[in-house]
Write a protein of this length. Structure first.
Length: 369
């Protein structure tokens, strides 16, 4: 096991730790025990993660005398909807989970979001622990308390802010991700450098390839730095009244592309974020906010990592630039009908812009094909 990094999410009475280490799952019992009133937890996972890692988690809990029951839901984005949400809530009730009990969300972003939301409504709110198993979940979705499910009208439209009591990010679990899933999560890692820390982006330019190839120390540093940045922003603005929106760098473009591609295998969320970050820098440059060097550098790094950069890298037909712009207008972050973007004055210098001219966005999209 590597030395554990601990990052505190400073939210007053709801503050909690994010712990990061290789092999941390084997300490899950000792980590979770102080949060329990009785030595019993309910774990919700997906079938893929469950087959790979559930026995190890349950053994670690048993070693600390903690009994556990587990539910494995089908893997994939389609799980994040009412039917599986109902299955999850009713299973937790069948397990007789009480107000002071703890639910463990053990999986990637889909499981973390769905189980966190289930915990937020079960008996008007029970505690939960995130044990994120994907890079995307470790650096982003497990931290900050956004929980929810998708609606036919759009992604994440039903949900609640419900902070976990603890997050355990085991870097070793990233070893079983497919290279594509790993790189998709890496899109969110790059986002942190781009939005607020040029030195971190430079570090990624140097260390990204080693990190992708499995360098554990590099992975731990990248997760730690990402979580530090997220924790700091969430502590400043828990419910996204202001600065938390910076975490949506690249996401307005991404959400339109995800909608156009059906939220499936054609474009993974982190892939869309990476493409979206490149487009957000291109848009910033066209608006005269940053030099041409900035978008070129973003694109060069994504290319060097073997990631999708241009719209033509997405397999299959895409709708026209005009239709994509229209899809952006349906993004839930639109306020008073104006397009809100996260733009940048340079790498690491992002800000919220709430009135971006649609014709410039359209020109960026047309040139991205
Ligand atoms: N993933 C963006 C946020 O947590 O605010």
């Amino acid at each position: 096991m590597t030395a554990t990094d601990t990052i505190r999410v400073e939210l007053g009475a709801r503050a909690y730790d994010v712990r990061i280490a290789d092999g941390l799952i084997d300490r899950a019992g000792a980590e979770v025990a102080p949060l329990l009133r009785r030595k019993r937890v309910a774990i919700v996972t997906d079938e893929t993660v469950g087959a790979l890692h559930l026995a190890r988690l349950q053994a670690a809990l048993s070693a600390s005398g903690i009994d556990s029951a587990a539910l494995a839901l089908p893997p994939g984005e389609a799980t994040k909807a009412w039917p599986q949400f109902q299955t999850c809530v009713e299973w937790l009730l069948d397990q007789k989970v009480e107000r002071k009990d703890l639910v463990i969300a053990f999986g990637g972003g889909v499981i973390g979001d769905l189980v966190g939301f289930a915990a937020s409504v079960l008996r008007r709110g029970v505690g939960f622990v995130q044990i994120p198993t994907s890079l995307l979940a470790q650096v982003d979705s497990s931290v900050g308390g956004k929980t929810g499910i998708n609606a036919p009208q759009g992604k994440n439209l039903i949900g609640a802010f419900h902070q976990p009591g603890l997050v355990l990010a085991d870097i070793g679990l990233l070893g079983t991700l497919t290279p594509r899933d790993f790189l998709s999560g890496y899109g969110e890692v790059v986002k942190y450098g781009l939005l607020g820390d040029e030195a971190f982006f430079e570090w990624l330019e140097t260390n990204g390839p080693a990190l992708a190839q499995g360098d554990v120390a590099a992975r731990q540093y990248a997760v730690r730095r990402s979580v530090e940045m997220k924790a700091e922003i969430v502590a400043r603005d828990e419910t996204e009244e202001g600065d938390r929106a910076l975490l949506n760098l690249g996401h307005t473009f991404c959400h339109a592309l995800e909608k156009a591609t059906g939220y499936g295998d054609r474009l993974l969320h982190g892939e869309g974020v990476a493409i979206g970050c490149g487009l957000a820098f291109e848009l910033s440059q066209r608006l005269g906010l940053c030099s041409q060097e900035a978008p070129s550098r973003v694109r060069a790094h994504l290319r060097a990592m073997g990631m999708k950069v241009d719209l033509s890298d997405i397999p299959g037909e895409l709708p026209s630039a005009e239709v994509l712009l229209d899809l952006m207008g349906q993004d839930k972050k639109v306020i008073d009908g104006k397009l809100r973007f996260i733009l940048a004055r340079g790498i690491g210098q992002s800000f919220v812009a709430s009135d971006v001219p649609a014709d410039v966005v359209l020109a960026v999209l047309r040139d991205a094909f």
